[in-house]
Design a protein around this ligand. Structure first.
Ligand code: XMP
Length: 519
């Protein structure tokens, strides 16, 4: 992006590196994470306003640990070292780094010993920080002064004002460090002189201009799933090139109640684009007939989805670009770097995870308008583009859709029952406002019939399970402690309003040992 200031985050393998990047972005400064193997010339060529050395699990004494050329300390760019990054700076400049007599882990009291340090502007002399280290700096290098300490760490923060190098043993990026965000803000604004030009309005304006330039008068095709990322990508592309954009939305009939219609209505009425909806629910049901194994079901749904999707793309005769809603964490995790326009070697992201593009399909290149954004930034862009909140704040929804929420054979009747029950749950949670406490919630149809009684009649009908979790990252999750009165209302409504359901149970399993989905 032209003239956009950038801060580089040099990745030494720490677990919080993406969090550092998100915090920097929250301060309205654009940043990118680069591996520690990035050559110095490449770093210099990016003209960063500042560089942050991340933490890492290693010890600087171990020569197989990630190191960097000492020259980086002399290029005149402000540097902030965090945890391992802090020790690395001390070690590179011949300070005294040792194994600490006492390792610090968790919340620790920090004492700022130089309140005049630019790094600690508006940070009180006593505060709590988050520590996690076994090595420490026993004595800082010549030219550096200690600006903060803890009970067991004589140099918890140091600075070399001449070289504009700062380092903290603690983790300012985690929320347990009370003034962590202020420390990062100070580094960016007091030391790197950043101007805060990373705001979503600029992003939209710059991206729309860049998309217009890249796409020119050609066509562009986007696979739209109705998920957050592809929806926002569609919104941006529509703003950039209008009718040159064609969105292909494959409705495999396994979405939530009325969801396909909602997606179609949103994009056909609110945005300028060509919208193709491929309705193939019946085809999917016939392909899934008699299949009960969870992996086999997933495989069929994924394979059929691609068949339908690529067949539709083949129908688009005119040559053009292929767009997708890849976001920054997809690229960091895959370690693939920016797409280079070689369309046929690219890994394609859709709501059915990843798949290779068929070799007979040729595009002029790949377009990934959200490739530099974190999820929260994608949502901010989506809101600014006027995409409805239901889409922008949509819960995660698995690629195979309700297919992983119907245990055993999937039939049209079961899909309908599950859609209705799930709609009642969502409606109730929306009405009572409890949805804001939940990360994900939905109904499952276990394919179990139980005996019940309705009026004078005995029934033998479906069981519905409610699943609701709270989590930060979906790697682990707690079952949500939804109040009993809410559960009672939901249960009542489901058994009254949904035909063929006579019993409701609540899943009280955390992850691990359970997963969020049932299949
Ligand atoms: P699990 O069940 O693995 O789910 O604890 C963690 C999160 O991932 C979602 N999920 C999927 N998403 N394709 C997806 O795109 C899938 O096959 C899939 N399976 C699970 C799940 O909804 C939860 O948010």
């Amino acid at each position: 992006m032209q003239n956009q200031q950038i801060v580089l985050i040099l990745d030494f393998g720490g677990q919080y590196n993406q969090l550092i990047a998100r915090r920097v972005r929250e301060c309205n400064v654009y940043c990118e994470i680069k591996p520690y193997t990035t050559p110095l010339d490449e770093i210099k060529a990016m003209h960063p306003s500042g560089i942050i050395f991340t933490g890492g699990p290693n010890s600087v004494f171990d020569m197989s640990s990630p190191h960097y050329t000492k020259e980086i300390l002399e290029i005149g760019v402000p540097i902030l070292g965090i945890c391992y990054g802090c020790q690395l700076i001390a070690w590179m400049d011949q300070g005294d780094v040792k194994t600490a007599p006492v390792s610090e882990y968790g919340k620790i009291a920090l004492q700022v010993t130089d309140p005049n340090s630019k790094l600690f502007r508006d940070v009180p002399e006593a505060s709590t920080v988050w520590m996690s280290h076994t090595d420490y700096i026993a004595a800082p290098p010549a030219g550096y002064e200690i600006i903060g300490k803890t009970k067991d760490c004589p140099c918890a923060a140091m600075q070399n004002t001449e070289k504009n190098i700062y380092a903290v043993q603690f983790h300012p990026e985690v929320t347990h460090s009370e003034y962590g965000k202020q420390v990062l803000h100070n580094f960016l604004y007091e030391i790197c002189q950043c101007n805060g030009d990373w705001v979503m309005d600029n992003f939209i304006e710059n991206t729309v201009a860049a998309l217009r330039e890249k796409i020119g008068d050609k066509k562009v095709i986007l696979g739209l799933s109705g998920g957050v990322d592809s929806s926002v990508a569609a919104g941006l592309l529509s703003r950039a090139v209008g009718k040159q954009l064609t969105c292909v939305f494959v409705d495999q009939g396994l979405m939530r109640k009325d969801e396909g219609d909602f997606v179609e209505q949103t994009f056909t009425t609110m945005f300028d684009m060509n919208f193709i909806r491929v309705n193939c629910g019946d085809h999917f049901i016939s392909q899934l007939k008699g299949v009960t194994d969870p992996e086999a079901k997933r495989k069929i749904i994924g394979t059929e989805f691609y068949k339908v999707f690529w067949d539709e793309i083949r129908n688009q005769a005119e040559e053009g670009f292929f767009a997708q809603g890849t976001i920054y964490p997809d690229r960091i995790e895959s370690g693939k770097g920016k797409s280079d326009g070689k369309a046929n070697t690219a890994v394609i992201k859709t709501h059915h995870n990843m798949a290779k593009m068929p070799e007979d399909i040729q595009f002029l290149g790949i377009v990934e308008p959200l490739g530099d954004l974190f999820k929260d930034e994608v949502r901010a862009v989506g809101e600014k583009l006027g995409i409805p909140k239901e889409l922008v704040w949509r819960q995660p929804f698995p690629g195979p859709g309700l297919g992983v929420r119907i245990i055993g054979e999937i039939t049209a009747e079961k899909v309908k029952i599950l859609q209705e029950a799930d709609w009642v749950l969502r409606d109730e949670m929306s009405k009572n406002g409890y949805e804001k406490h939940l990360s994900q919630f939905f109904c499952v149809l276990p394919g179990v019939n139980t005996v019940g009684v309705m009026g004078d009649h005995r029934t033998y009908d479906h069981l519905i399970a409610i699943r609701a979790v709270t989590t930060d990252d979906f790697m682990t999750a707690d079952w949500a402690k939804i109040p009993y009165d809410i559960l009672a209302t939901v249960s009542n409504r489901i058994t009254n309003e949904v035909e063929h359901v006579n019993r409701v149970v609540y899943d009280i399993t955390s992850k691990p040992p359970g997963t969020v989905e049932w299949e």
